[in-house]
Ligand binder design. Structure first.
Ligand code: BGC
Length: 773
């Protein structure tokens, strides 16, 4: 363009003057990392402060299971925080989720590479390993992918209590027990955060129901909250200091968790010493000003309306600006810890091959052997197998929703067994493969799936070559698969219970193979418990393989072949029937409205084995149960003292008395006196896993019991109280099978910890009590 000479030079002079003014002004502005955070807060406008405590919103991307796009940097990341350049504040990136880094596998305009991430085994499987060192190792590799894909915080681990088998998100969570949950989550947080990235433990708290999750009111006693639902979070916060905590969607005792000062500040920060930030779940809660007051520092994914709510509340005086400032300050302190602040140059090339090896190992360690009649397993390589069930070919690696991962591949059971060198029945496999292919063509997967996805129907027994298969093969493998995810809960019919087709197929396969004296092994490819009582006697072996991640088929083959001796144990009870669960009486909520608006937790502290053991209800498979290809003997239980004075240690020796190398999970339970307090029959207080013990080898494990382990939460005093009397310390191979026990006494009542009187329910709850003293 032709510009007159005079105009050109005077224009550049103006630009120069302007530039020098802004540069001068900018250099006078406090900068993040150089100046105190309080100075930056002071210099920010109200609008900037509000922007920093609300994410930049969510954009839907077209392809794949993708929620949004953060800051344009990491396509598919769920959210972000705002950058404010004039103070040197970078944006940060938040991505799901518990089973792996959930980002878009392809970037627009970049056909040179993909951005796949490792799909780790689901949380329930990892917890079934009871192996904190292994989980930490997974966390270290997982965190490396978080960092190398340019993410600052991974929205994981999920650690709500598995209160009821139908919860659609159980696969993302660890256990029905807070001690297992808390220590497994702490190991995961430590592993991930060792990379200099953050975690967001979620969903805080009592998000145990997916039906109407964004407004359901969970009415829970103070004691059940403290002992069951908060306890796991408390253990993780105190032991691993996660960078962030995600508040949940639901209300607790009448108020949204993200709007509760007593939960987010009194308990989390003042009582437990949490140092990071709290973010809301996506669009969680209603009142942004109340969230600010409560100490829910960051509102995700952020919206104009939430921003306006905060501005209005400041302007009308209902929200003191100092409350907003305190949240801004905490968000700035969080940003200072992130890779984005350090300008970390991420590679977009984590070592997925190396991580796959860890994923395979982890999966094999959390697989649980539930039944092994006549040593049906392990299976020799020259044995010919017939594989039934869609899940043998389309193995479910993990659940749906934000717990899903874009993974480069998914090793099915068929593929895993093929890699391992097994001979598989061609006739049966070809029929399933053709059927599945046709079904997938007719029902292509479209984008992200939430909740329970459509499952491929099972081929009816009458159409399967079962008789011929029993003739030509040595053994039948029958896979039962389930899938679920956020937003909906599972159902009893055709989900917790087997479908009519599954039942008929299993009976037909069992009859045909047993008629030829050949065995049948069921593989449970599930994310939460299913009914087993009606069919378990028809089969020789049951291997609970959970949803084992991208390397599942290989890991299953490792266990089936005996390369890995199964050592997983149940971190959740399998009831005989769904109705046996105490929470079944009002799950997902109070009967009445079609969509329940409240759930009264009448089961109180009697969740999982605490209920089954105390009320003498026989489960199908108890908490802590799992078989091995070898046997273990427990001996020499020794307590450091027979009376408790502040601390006590217990030593126990475990010996491998079988013929295979193996690992054993040792569980420590306490039975407390029940003089003035209602107590479960026993409660888990510690656990340990041995190293791989060769036949004949022993290991001595030392547990330490602290005063807090003797206590229950006394509501009247808001304190953790240990009653005087005799305590029985039990060492079990499961919650039902106690191998050794010893008694110690406490000669006077002790108040171990006094807490605040908070989270009081709005009504009297008619809670279960253990009358079987
Ligand atoms: C889920 C969270 C998840 C978030 C972001 C929500 O719907 O409950 O677990 O981290 O979305 O995707």
């Amino acid at each position: 363009m032709h510009t007159p000479r005079f105009f050109k030079s005077s224009f550049s002079a103006v630009v120069l003057v302007f530039l020098s003014i802004t540069t001068k002004a900018q250099t006078q502005l406090p900068q993040l990392g150089k100046d105190p955070v309080s100075a930056i807060v002071k210099a920010m406008t109200l609008e900037e402060k509000v922007q920093l405590v609300t994410g930049t919103g969510l954009r839907f991307a077209g392809s794949g299971p993708v929620v949004g796009e953060a800051d344009g940097r990491v396509p598919g990341a769920a959210g972000n925080t705002m950058n404010i350049k004039r103070f040197g504040i970078p944006g940060t990136v938040l991505a799901d989720g518990p089973a792996g880094v959930r980002i878009d596998p392809f970037h627009k305009g970049d056909s040179t590479k993909s951005y796949y991430a490792t799909a780790w085994p689901v949380g329930t499987l990892l917890a079934s390993s009871w192996d904190t060192a292994l989980v930490k190792k997974v966390g270290i590799a997982f965190g490396n992918e978080v960092k190398e894909y340019g993410v600052d915080v991974i929205l994981a681990p999920g650690m709500n209590i598995q209160r009821n088998p139908l919860n659609g998100r159980n696969f993302e969570y660890y256990s029905e027990d807070p001690v297992v949950t808390g220590y497994i989550a702490a190991a995961m947080v430590k592993g991930i955060q060792s990379n200099g990235v953050g975690t967001s433990i979620k969903h805080f708290v009592a998000n145990n129901i997916e039906t109407n999750r964004s407004s359901i009111n969970a009415i829970i006693s103070e004691r059940a909250l403290r002992e069951i639902y908060l306890k796991g979070f408390e253990i993780t916060v105190k032991n691993a200091q996660p960078m962030t905590v995600m508040s949940s969607y639901n209300k607790v005792n009448g108020t949204y968790t993200s709007e509760r000062y007593d939960l987010l500040t009194t308990i989390l920060r003042n009582e437990w010493g949490f140092k990071g930030i709290v973010m809301s779940d996506w669009y969680g809660g209603r009142d942004a000003a109340a969230q600010m007051k409560a100490g829910n520092n960051l509102i995700e994914p952020g919206s104009k309306s939430k921003q306006q709510m905060i501005i209005d509340a400041i302007k009308d005086g209902s929200l003191p600006e100092s409350d907003l400032d305190s949240n801004v300050e905490q968000v700035l302190n969080y940003i200072l810890k992130t890779p984005s602040f350090r300008h970390y140059r991420y590679s977009n090339a984590p070592d997925l091959k190396a991580h796959a090896v860890i994923a395979r190992k982890a999966a094999s360690e959390g697989i649980v052997l539930l039944k092994n009649e006549g040593n049906a397993l392990p299976v020799k390589k020259n044995i010919r197998l017939a594989l039934f069930g869609d899940g043998s070919y389309e193995t479910i690696r993990g659940g749906t929703g934000s717990g899903e991962v874009n993974t480069p591949y998914n090793v099915s059971i068929f593929e895993g067994l093929t890699h391992a060198g097994y001979k598989l029945s061609g006739t049966v496999s070809e029929m399933y493969e053709a059927f599945i292919k046709d079904d997938q063509k007719a029902h292509p997967k479209k984008g992200m799936t939430l909740g329970a996805p459509r499952m491929i129907p099972e081929i009816a027994a009458t159409d399967l070559p079962i008789t011929e298969a029993a003739e030509n093969n040595d053994m039948a493998i029958f896979t039962i698969s389930r899938n679920a995810g956020e937003g909906t809960d599972r159902k009893v019919d055709n989900d917790f219970n087997l479908s009519a087709t599954e039942t008929a197929n299993l009976t037909a396969v069992a009859n045909a193979f047993h008629a030829k004296h050949k065995s049948v092994v069921v593989l449970l490819n599930i994310g939460g418990p299913v009914e087993t009582e009606s069919w378990r006697n028809q089969v020789d072996g049951i291997l609970l393989v959970w949803q084992p991640g991208e390397e599942g088929g290989n890991a299953i083959a490792d266990v089936m072949s005996g390369i890995v001796n199964p050592s997983g144990k149940l971190a959740v009870t399998f009831p005989v029937k769904y109705e046996d669960e105490p929470s079944a009486r009002n799950f997902p909520g109070e009967p009445g409205p079609r969509i329940p608006t409240e759930a009264i937790y009448k089961d109180g502290i009697y969740v999982g084995y605490r209920y089954f053991n105390s009320f003498h209800v026989q489960p199908a498979f108890p908490f802590g149960f799992g078989l091995s290809y070898t046997k273990f003997k427990y001996s020499n239980l020794k307590l450091s003292s027979s009376s408790f004075r502040g601390k006590l240690t217990a030593n126990v020796t475990v010996t491998n008395t079988g013929s295979q190398p193996g690992k054993e999970i040792i569980q420590l339970y306490l039975s407390a006196p029940h003089k003035n307090m209602d107590k479960p029959a026993e409660e888990l207080k510690g656990f340990a896993k041995t190293m791989l013990l060769k036949p004949g080898a022993s290991q001595t494990i030392t547990f330490s019991v602290k005063a807090i382990d003797l206590t229950s939460f006394d509501t009247a005093q808001s304190a953790w109280v240990a009653e005087a009397g005799k305590y029985t310390l039990k060492i079990g191979t499961s919650s039902e099978d106690i191998k050794l026990s010893a008694i110690f006494s406490l000669n006077k009542v002790i108040i171990v910890e006094k807490d605040h009187k908070v989270l009081v329910p709005e009504l009297q709850i008619d809670e279960l009590k253990n009358n079987g003293k």
